[in-house]
Each structure stands twice: as C-alpha cells, then as structure tokens.
Design a protein around this ligand. Sequence first.
Ligand code: IPE
Ligand code: IPE
Ligand code: MG
Length: 249
Amino acid sequence: MDLKQSINQLNVPQHVAIIMDGNGRWAKQQGEDRIFGHHEGVNSVREIVEACGEIGVKYLTLYAFSTENWNRPKDEVDALMELLVSTISMETPNLNSKGVKLDVIGDIQSLPLSCQKELQESIDITKHNNTVTLILALSYSSKWEIIEAVKKIAAAVKDNKLNISDINSNLISQHLNTNRFPDPELMIRTSGEHRISNFLLWQLAYAEFYFTNVLWPDFRKEEFYKAILSYQNRERRFGQTSEQINQLQ
Ligand code: IPE
Ligand code: IPE
Ligand code: MG
C-alpha cells in the first residue's frame, strides 16, 4: 500500500522531532561495529528529510548527539564527529538543491572546531532556503538549554532589564535555543526505547509521541509515513473534552 497517498495534507505536523536511536544495535545485528550503524543512519536522515519536503513538514529536528553522549568511548565520539563533518560537507549541495535550510541547537562551542566550521558554512550556504528547516541537535540536552535560559533571564532581572512579573511561558520559550521554531507537534523515537533522554523537555509539553521498535538505519520513508498517519488518527485535546473539540470543527 502506498502510505503517502493516505496522508491528509491538511493535517501534516509543522514540526517533527526525532530521537534517532538504535544505530549501535543495528550494526551489531549485522556483525559490524557500532560506527557502521552510524554511517548507515545517515541514509535514513537523507530519506526522512526528503520525505518531509514531499509531504510538507516544515521543521525537522533530529537528535544527533546528546550532552550525555560525550561519555561514550573516545573512539566512538571521534568517529561521530568525523562523520558529522564529512556528512555535512558531502550533503550540503543536495540539501541546497532540495531547498533545505540547515540550523543547529545545542552547545555548539563544545564541538571540535572542524565541526563548527563545517556547520557554519552549510548554514550560510542554505540560509535562504525555505522548503524544510533541518535542525540538528548537537551536544544538546534540554536541561542544559533550560539552565542557560534561566541564567539569561536571571541576569536580565538583576540588571533591571526585566521584571519578575514579565516571566511567562513566551519569555521562557524566547530564551531557549529553539526560539525561532514552533514547538513540535510530533516526537518520534526509534529502537523500542520509551524515554525522552533529555530532549526538548519544554517544547514537547503537548507533543504527540510515537514509538517504534524499528532501528534508526531501517527507519525510511514508509516508516515515517506510518508515524504521520498515527499522528493524524489522534485527537489532540489540550485539556479540553472530546465534545468540545468536535463542536469546534
Ligand atoms: C543513536 O544510536 C545514535 C546516537 C546516539 C549518536 P545509538 O548509538 O544510541 O544506538 P544504540 O542505542 O546503542 O543501538
Ligand atoms: C539519545 O540516544 C540521544 C540521541 C539519539 C542523539 P541515546 O542512545 O544516547 O539515549 P539513552 O542514553 O539510551 O537514553
Ligand atoms: Mg541509543
């Protein structure tokens, strides 16, 4: 069945966030080392970005490297950083030709300089594109991001640039790394893990969650369309009753 045809174009999430998990287990199943899985995962990234363009998802945030991932063996961290540089450098022309704009969230200054440079180049090259915004979460954790926001807000209060009474939901959102994007309506996690692993804690407050056992290197367009269809079958009530929601339609 062609799942793409079943998608309701009027109810496509604007922003999808994905915890790309399971590369290591996928590689192990093939008798390969973990890095092989990360390489294969890049092919899934390419397909999912393309799928977003095809169905009209405007923002795609991919959790590519968490603050906690720095604690992995050095060989794996080094290989991931190298993969990041080579992938960005190789994929930028392809992203650009498809109208994809690259953006990043996270503690970018903690990345090796070669990564920072490659990212900045790609961001500059793709900055006028507007088909899909691809947001890579790199050296990212939600608690880190919230701590940084709290520090900035506290400093503004201390300098009399802000009153405590001005602190509200919008102000906090504006101080997060994600301030230029809408909150995701859908969060997908692959590989059968049912946790959020320090990802977008604030921004996912009312997102729909979709969990699949499929490992990230096997998560291709059809799997993505399944997640979109699952999202479209949900009733988002935002605290109201089902009757209220249906009256509004
Ligand atoms: C996700 O796959 C990629 C990153 C976290 C960088 P994993 O590397 O976590 O794969 P598993 O969970 O060990 O299978
Ligand atoms: C989450 O995956 C981070 C990324 C996908 C980049 P992990 O595999 O690191 O998550 P945990 O530690 O198992 O929860
Ligand atoms: Mg994992």
